[in-house]
Design a protein around this ligand. Sequence first.
Ligand SMILES: [Zn+2]
Length: 84
Amino acid sequence: MRIGAVVFDSPMRRKISGFHQDQHSDWVAELECGHGQHVRHQPPWQIRPWVTTAQGRHSRIGIELECRKCDEGAPPDAWSSGGI
Ligand SMILES: [Zn+2]
């Protein structure tokens, strides 16, 4: 909850520019703003079978995700290696 901020609840939407895996082999979507966002496939809680295939990941490049880190003004994430 934000107190005193003149912000209506419209999360920042950023396009996916790529993907990489973190040290736990979880997939992270790289957003155009420089932030990363986990896109896990963990049934039955998180169903994203597309993230497990290169073709599926390619098909998601360019779509928009809500970036909470932008909303929070967080600095860009650092990732050492790209790749898809
Ligand atoms: Zn962002």
